[in-house]
Design a protein around this ligand. Structure first.
Ligand code: KIV
Length: 272
């Protein structure tokens, strides 16, 4: 069989092999320009369903569609040649049955070129994770705080606060690993519990608001860059793009008002 695989593309295996060597770097990306910038620095670019809130101003991730995820993953693929691209399965596209999940995950991978999918759930999704993995769909399982469960949880409250919750989340981690997930994303979870899960797992854990002990970390890029001026408390902002964008927009508006922009050098003048 003749093959023409890209030599430099990160794979689920190469991410897994980083475990114990160095922390895994993951960020969200939704667009080509952002993917072009982040690709050099991130092992994993997640096309997260957080795009519903970050890009479209939705109140939660529940309104995001499969078509949204495919379109944005296509955009990210165009801007990336190195990172592993993981696409979130949106609410209502995988929970009904393993067959529904496979049908939609296969669409995501065929139509966008994405390398893996992420879905929310633990014990209750184990059968689906096994079904997908056995049929060629690598699955990252998302446990702990699961934003698609916002109405069941009654808000975005961090998880693992008491022994019952901790036992449930630890059981979720075991179940998704046994089902064949290649990685576990742990969101908004008590730090000591994430540490125990990481110690007991044989696959990488990627944390967001889940303490320091996970094998890797992920943030929503717009939170990390300070585009969002009010990020969750676990975020460190590595830039103040909100402030810089306000400053740039104000400077542009002033220049237009004062006729300082455009000048003759910004126009087209035909040479006669
Ligand atoms: O949708 C998303 O961006 C996510 C992150 C919060 C990890 O799931």
């Amino acid at each position: 069989m003749s093959t023409s695989h890209s030599q430099s593309r990160t794979t689920v295996r190469s991410v897994a092999s980083l475990r114990g060597k160095r922390p895994i770097v993951a960020l969200t990306a939704y667009t080509t320009p952002m993917a072009k910038i982040l690709d050099a620095y991130a092992d994993i670019l997640l096309v997260g369903d957080s795009l519903g809130m970050v890009l479209y101003g939705m109140e939660s991730t529940l309104g995001v569609t499969l078509e949204d995820m495919i379109r944005h993953t296509q955009a990210v693929m165009r801007g990336s040649h190195k990172a592993l691209i993981v696409t979130d399965m949106p609410f209502g596209t995988y929970q009904a049955s393993p067959e529904q999940a496979y049908h939609n995950a296969a669409r995501v991978m065929k139509e966008s070129g994405s390398h893996a999918v992420k879905l929310e759930g633990g014990v209750e999704m184990a059968e689906t994770i096994a079904f997908l993995t056995q049929r060629g769909v690598p699955v990252m399982a998302h446990i702990g705080l699961m934003p698609q469960h916002v109405h069941v949880m009654g808000g975005y409250r961090y998880q693992g606060r008491n022994a019952t919750e901790a036992q449930r989340i630890a059981a979720d981690a075991r179940a998704v690993e046994e089902a064949g997930a290649w990685a576990i994303l742990i969101e908004g979870t008590e730090a000591a519990l994430s540490e125990t899960i990481t110690q007991n797992a044989a696959i990488p854990t990627i944390g967001i608001g889940a303490g320091v002990a996970c094998d890797g970390q992920i943030l929503v890029t717009e939170d990390m860059l300070g585009v969002n001026p009010n990020p969750p408390s676990f975020v460190q902002q590595f830039a103040d793009l909100h402030g810089q964008m306000h400053h740039a927009a104000a400077s542009y508006a002033r220049a237009v008002h004062e006729r300082a922009f455009p000048t003759s050098k910004h126009g087209y003048v035909s040479k006669k």
